[in-house]
Design a protein around this ligand. Structure first.
Ligand code: C5P
Length: 238
């Protein structure tokens, strides 16, 4: 079902804005992304609200620390009810294994479904020059593939990637690995600051599992109509 594969990014500043948006979107959106901005400013309130309203939550905090600390953080986020959690693949194999183990153990203790873990490979904000500055010696795209394979081997459920990388990663990682793609612009929307974009239909055809879409919905005059138009565009890929 296309609706369940759309994740709306709640890039808003306050719980009040979040509630208005979630209420406005109603049944048309079932999955939301809560990122650093909202989580660090509003704490667990957005999660509580979304879970009370039976929504799925992608908690995109890009965890990156030593294995034990990330494992404890994943346990805490699992207890909060997150359905999807992002961790940095650059934390390495042990860190990712510890995160995956922690999600499984905590969920089993609580008798709930285990959250899925997705890895951040290289931030798409990197230019090749910026990449070299931090010691990158191979092209970013080569490194992304290496980190995605490591994420899979370490037991993560998927990665976050550009829709432009989706086809290649889908072929490399098989049909079941989750590919979560931001950088989506429906036919009707403006580009904002996104450059390497794809339409919802093309991103799904390239192998995306979930589309993360923010401003085309959240900044639309009629957010609900925008979400419904996007879902209709997603249906076209079938
Ligand atoms: O508003 P827009 O649809 O561009 O929002 C996309 C969401 O995905 C934002 O929360 C943004 O931070 C995030 N994101 C992105 N590009 C990446 C990684 C994350 O746009 N490469």
């Amino acid at each position: 079902m296309s609706r369940s594969r759309l994740i709306t990014a709640l890039d808003v500043k306050s719980p009040a804005e979040m509630k208005t948006l979630v209420d406005t979107l109603g049944e048309s959106v079932s999955f939301y992304k809560v990122g650093m901005e909202l989580f660090y400013s509003a704490g667990t309130l957005p999660l509580d609200y979304l879970k009370t309203h039976k929504k799925h939550v992608f908690l995109d905090l890009k965890l990156h620390d030593i294995p034990n600390t990330v494992a404890q953080a994943v346990a805490a986020l699992t207890r909060l009810g997150a359905d999807l959690i992002s961790v940095h693949t650059q934390g390495g194999r042990e860190m990712m294994q510890a995160a995956a183990r922690s999600a499984a153990i905590t969920a089993a203790e609580l008798g709930i479904e285990r959250p899925r873990l997705v890895g951040i490979t290289a931030l798409t904000s990197f230019s090749e020059t910026g990449w070299e500055e931090i010691g990158g010696t191979v092209p970013i795209v080569t490194h992304v593939e290496k980190l995605a394979l490591l994420a899979q081997a370490a037991g993560l459920d998927g990665v976050v990637c550009s829709p432009q990388e989706a086809a290649r990663l889908r072929a490399l990682l098989g049909p079941d690995f989750l590919l979560v793609t931001p950088g989506i612009r429906p036919a009707f929307a403006s580009l904002d600051d996104q450059e390497r974009i794809m339409t919802p239909k093309d991103a799904l055809a390239a192998g995306s599992s979930y589309l993360v879409i923010g401003r085309p919905i959240t900044k639309a005059d009629d957010p609900k109509a925008a979400a419904q138009t996007i879902i209709a565009e997603m249906e076209e890929s079938k």
